[in-house]
Ligand binder design. Sequence first.
Ligand code: GLN
Length: 194
Amino acid sequence: MIKIGILDLQGDVSEHQVMTEKAVSKINLKADVLKVKTASEVAKCNGLVISGGESTVIGRLIKENSIDTAIKENQIPVMGTCAGMVLLGQQTDYEQPLLGLIPMKVKRNGFGRQKLSFEAELKLETFDDPYPGVFIRAPYALDVKDEAVVLGQIHDKIIAVAYENHIATAFHPELTGDTRIHEYFIKEVLNCVE
Ligand code: GLN
């Protein structure tokens, strides 16, 4: 059975678990969606979701628990949202541990502080209809390189990127009722398994 792990170190983990379960049933798949905390639990996953939260904290715990090694050795597809997007990048404007799985730089808090959080309808390359974007102290990507694909922008800022089987979004798909981003990721995971 396919296993999708929701990295349970810090942040809005339960919301991602609920949305991933909804997405799994929407595409009529049988999969375990479970919270994971350790490198050995992560190593058994076919895909891993890294939630929003505080990327400095999540990144430090990833390193301390050798979860970065488990992801890389097992070539696990990762979906990272908000803080998760920061962690997927190769460089930020702060000194902090990153996974560097997507060739891009990330500007943390790129849209300003908490009170400048906002919602916007997004036109993403992946879907015909607009996607409800929820931005909370969101980052944006820049210098997206190699084969990485920009999936969406707002105010000329890159807010969704796909590379290999990873996907990063600056916004929070787990805080909407819309499962399309999670479904997209699960399909990427399935591509790696088949
Ligand atoms: N600004 C936070 C960070 O860089 C991310 C905020 C969020 O995940 N909502 O860690």
